[in-house]
Design a protein around this ligand. Structure first.
Ligand SMILES: [Zn+2]
Length: 100
């Protein structure tokens, strides 16, 4: 086999490669603070308040809490939770430093 043929073969990927993790719905941002944000679900538009410091999602008039998973990127917090309204796996990237 030629070298270029080997390179081409090395770059091939299986046709049905599974996606990395479950497909998450990106929430849309309302008011974004440094460690908190008011978001609405990308699917059902349920408003939620996420608190990255406490790792909780608050929802509804009685502020029911739900668990929030927080992963740290170099410039942002990557937040993941299950929507309290429709159970969609949701995600939002919260910048560590506010723009401007
Ligand atoms: Zn929802």
């Amino acid at each position: 086999m030629t070298f270029s043929g080997w390179l081409r073969r090395a770059g091939e990927r299986p046709a049905h490669e599974p996606p990395p993790g479950p497909a998450r719905v990106r929430a849309s941002a309302g008011a974004v603070g440094l460690l908190t944000a008011l978001l609405s679900c990308g699917t059902c538009h349920t408003p939620v308040r996420v608190d990255a410091a406490s790792k909780i999602v608050r929802h509804g008039p009685d502020r029911t809490t739900h668990p929030l998973r927080v992963a740290e990127d170099t410039r942002a917090w990557v937040l993941e939770w299950d929507c309290p309204g429709c159970d969609s796996p949701s995600t939002f990237t919260l910048p560590k430093v506010l723009p401007g």
